[in-house]
Design a protein around this ligand. Structure first.
Ligand code: IMP
Length: 179
């Protein structure tokens, strides 16, 4: 394990199995329809890349970039779109793909913003969920894992831009982020 890690929370193998199962479930639920998977940059890119490969219905991909934590481990609450979708989502079946739902502020804002663009349907798929940290409600249709209130990195998730490339998810040592 990387020396900044306290312990591995989710191994590569455990993640792979769960992501495959999510893809199968999504494929069943969207049978006969085409999905527009909207990844939230940058954290969701690795999850999205693996997820779409286990989805068997037609899938298109787009991305939005949103302000996140910067280099601090706690949310400022400020949400702003840095890069919008390339295409219109009107009449399309949108599946928002996120790395983690924490306070819910990011997705609460984004879901309302996207819903106003008249998609045929709008659902949220998150790899990780920290239910005990929720500040505003978020309706999550697909969730990979409920995790405790710990700061985690790897598999797309970062601290100060680092550790996204780890193939597993580990709890970051508190000394590293001063939490
Ligand atoms: P929310 O708006 O508080 O729900 O936060 C969502 C965003 O915060 C995620 O997309 C992540 O970028 C970031 N985040 C929340 N918890 C963690 C964590 O444990 N590790 C890394 N990033 C996190």
């Amino acid at each position: 394990m990387h020396p900044d890690g306290e312990r591995i929370l989710l191994s590569q193998e455990v993640i792979r199995e769960r992501v495959t199962a999510l893809g199968e479930q999504i494929s069943r639920d969207y049978a006969g329809r085409e999905v527009l998977a909207v990844g939230i940059l940058k954290g969701a890119m690795i999850f999205l890349a693996d997820l779409v490969r286990s989805i068997t219905v037609p899938v298109q991909i787009d991305f939005v970039a949103i302000t996140s934590y910067g280099s601090s481990a706690r949310s400022s609450g400020a949400v702003r779109i840095l890069k919008d979708l390339d295409e219109s989502i009107a009449g399309r079946h949108v599946l928002v793909v996120e790395d983690i739902v924490d306070s819910g502020l990011t997705l609460n804002y984004l879901a309302a913003n996207l819903a106003a663009r008249a998609p045929a349907s709008l659902k949220i798929c998150t790899l990780l969920n920290k239910p005990t940290r929720r500040v505003v409600p978020v309706s999550v249709a697909y969730s990979g894992f409920d995790i405790p209130d710990e700061f985690v990195v790897g598999y797309g998730l970062d601290y100060a831009g680092r550790h996204r490339n780890l193939p597993y998810i580990m709890i970051l040592r508190r000394e590293v982020y001063g939490g």
